[in-house]
Ligand binder design. Structure first.
Ligand code: ADP
Length: 175
């Protein structure tokens, strides 16, 4: 039995996952688990896609690398995919969404090559991550939140903090 929840913060690159995870980690004591960082540190990157200028990671190895942590609980999983984590270990999936013009500007600022930028814009417009979350987790576990403005970040953080508090109360009562 976990006494702390695991939350996936997902969405298209540039949507605000890292920003949300860092703020939440600071405010709640949950740990920011950046799959990007873990895949670099543990060298579980598989192949380099020259056209997209990006690493493809081995998802099985990602799961192996984080399973022990998720079993304990208390993690904010930061990744642009959510379908590889076992459903029983995930208590909330937050799918961040952003206006495509704003996303274009954010990715342009990262100097993404045009083809990578376009692929990510399509991913956001086609709601790829939202569909993935809904296909893999129960309806009540998936929450879609806007991340266009800093005011929205603050509102999202407050909402997720309240959810964590409630989760802990509910699980303390059961223990
Ligand atoms: P991700 O981790 O999803 O790739 P980041 O958290 O790195 O996204 O955010 C990408 C950029 O967009 C950063 O410069 C961040 O400050 C900015 N940003 C993210 N969310 C918002 C928001 N809701 N309002 C304004 N700027 C944002």
């Amino acid at each position: 039995m976990r006494d702390q929840p695991n939350i996936i913060i997902t969405g298209t690159p540039g949507v605000g996952k890292t920003t949300h995870c860092e703020m939440l980690a600071q405010n709640t004591g949950l740990t920011h688990l950046s799959i990007n960082q873990i895949s670099k540190e543990q060298d579980i990157r598989e192949t380099y896609d020259e056209e997209l200028k990006t690493w493809i990671v081995d998802e099985d190895k990602v799961v192996d690398a984080v399973m022990d942590k998720l079993e304990v609980g208390g993690y904010l999983v930061d990744w642009h995919a959510c379908d590889m984590f076992p459903e029983r270990l995930i208590d909330l999936v937050v799918v961040l969404r952003v206006d495509s013009t704003l996303l274009y500007d954010r990715l342009k600022a990262r100097d993404y090559p045009e083809v990578k930028l376009q692929e990510n814009l399509d991913c956001e417009i086609m709601e790829v991550l939202l569909d993935e979350a809904r296909e893999n987790y129960a309806e009540e576990v998936v929450v879609e939140l806007r991340s266009d403005t800093t005011e929205e970040i603050e509102a999202n953080i407050e909402r997720i903090e309240a959810w964590i508090k409630q989760w802990k109360e509910d699980h303390a009562n059961k223990a």
